[in-house]
Ligand binder design. Structure first.
Ligand code: MV4
Length: 445
């Protein structure tokens, strides 16, 4: 097992990793930007190294500085968390060149899933259902027009280097395709230095349901059931839950098998997530694979009693997993609390937390790095806490969440708490009747 892990991240996920390391008897090294000097991850780690100025490119994305910090502290592994360098294959490769274990999959696995068309081709070969669309990248507008005519509108154009919604264009009729093709290609080229785009039939009003998987170096792969992440706004998830209110035992069986097939196809080793789109007839299609620990991993932990960070570290250290699949035994709902103004287009609201009271009690888990007097810097994403409510039923989990939200006192910055309070009261949400379009019509009053 590793003796010392450097955590190449900040905020709540850095704390989350430090907590598991402490339980496992592993020493930790925090790295921090000058904006994060007074952060809890710096205090809670055994050692801390300043790696640069506030902006991500100078600090948490500064590979040189992070590798130097790992060298001088004698760390034998690096945990990248999520975001920043978590899905950077070049970084994973540099770690192995320095003889430092990257806690995650191999660079080849990251690359294969990072290119969306390659990922899709891999899934087709493995027999995992994908959304009907172009075979490979589009070569011309003429090809796009011909194919869309054959498939029927609406279609969607996606950047192969994209993901998470960047560089996407929905095309409703032939008159729009030329412009959509040109702008999607230009946007992809500008954002990713890769202008490859492909086409799919557009699935209207789908649910986003993802399956958590884990695989080890011995070829054993298991799944840990699903999370429903349909409540999103501009491709930012706001609420996640497990089990999905749309799930049936039969659908879980089929999606679980497909997710295991998907991960096995690349001999996946680490924890990861297979994202699916699910249509109203419960047809499901592979969308992308995330090769990292995700923000919403705690939802799965609460319903399966499986410590995903601990398993991720054990797998990286070469230990085997049991191979048994996990079914939810509880219901968990997570609300992401962001320092944003939900009444003002979710505008970021950085600044000092003047007053803080944190909820607790039965069935409430809070993952957060904030404290009274903490200053939320403007340089990073605005998530400041995650509330996870756990209970035996969805109805009870919602009640627990409402109770926890009502206890949360955060003064000094605007937060998304009022959004979540109204969402928990919404009839369609309470009935489990929602798709990825839900937030477009949900009005905050
Ligand atoms: C789609 C789609 C409908 N049809 N693909 C959004 C993020 C990226 N992972 C893919 N996305 C979508 N791909 C087809 N063929 C709808 C979306 C989509 C979406 C997916 C999941 C969660 C929220 C979403 C919001 C808008 C669009």
């Amino acid at each position: 097992m590793f003796k010392k892990i450097l955590i190449a991240n900040r905020g709540e996920i850095a704390l989350r990793i430090i907590r598991t390391c402490r339980e496992m008897g592993i020493k930790t090294v925090a790295v921090y930007s000058t904006a994060d000097r007074d952060s809890l991850h710096v205090r809670f780690a055994d050692e801390a190294v300043c790696i640069g100025k506030p902006q991500g490119t100078f600090s948490y994305l500064n590979v040189q500085a992070i590798m130097a910090a790992a060298e001088i502290t004698n760390a034998d592994a690096i945990h990248p968390g999520y975001g920043f360098l978590a899905e950077n294959a070049d970084f994973a490769e540099i770690c192995s060149r320095y003889n430092i274990k990257f806690i995650g999959p191999t660079p080849e696995m990251i690359r294969r899933m990072g290119d969306k068309m390659t990922a899709k081709e891999t899934m087709i070969a493995a027999g995992v259902p994908v959304i009907p669309g172009s075979e490979g990248l589009l070569e011309s507008v003429a090809e796009a027009k011909k194919l869309a005519g054959e498939m029927g509108y609406p279609v969607i154009l996606k950047a192969t280097a994209g993901g998470g919604g960047k560089g996407m264009r929905v095309v409703w009729q032939e008159s729009e395709i030329e412009k959509a093709y040109d702008t999607a290609k230009a946007e992809a080229g500008a954002s990713f230095k890769n202008d490859g785009i492909y086409m799919e039939k557009f699935v209207e009003e789908p649910r986003h349901i993802e399956i958590q998987v884990a695989g080890d170096q011995f070829g054993t792969v298991c799944h840990l059931s699903e999370r429903d992440c349909s409540i999103q706004r501009r491709h930012q998830k706001l609420v996640e839950e497990s089990p999905s209110p749309f799930m049936t035992p039969e659908l879980r069986q089929r999606m679980g098998e497909a997710a295991i097939k998907a991960a096995s196809a690349i001999n996946y080793e680490s924890v990861g997530t297979i994202e699916f789109l699910v249509d109203k007839h419960r047809n499901f299609y592979f969308m992308e694979m995330n090769t990292r620990i995700q923000v919403e991993h705690g939802v799965t932990e609460e319903v399966t009693s499986y410590d995903l960070v601990k398993e991720q570290i054990k797998i990286a250290a070469g230990e085997p997993i049991s191979g048994k699949n996990y079914e939810p035994t509880m219901h968990a709902i997570e609300c992401r609390i962001n320092a944003e103004d939900p009444y003002n287009d979710f505008r970021p609201s950085p600044g000092m937390i003047q007053v803080l009271h944190t909820p607790g009690g039965h069935g409430v888990r809070i993952d957060s790095h904030i404290y009274a007097g903490y200053v939320i810097p403007p340089f990073y994403d605005s998530m400041i806490a995650k509330i996870i409510a756990v209970a035996q039923t969805r109805e009870e989990a919602i009640s627990t969440m409402e109770r926890a939200l009502s206890e949360y006192v955060i003064e000094g910055v605007k937060t998304t708490i009022p959004f979540h309070q109204q969402l928990m009261k919404n009839k369609d949400f309470r009935e489990g009747n929602f798709t990825t379009k839900f937030t477009e019509t949900f009005e905050l009053r």
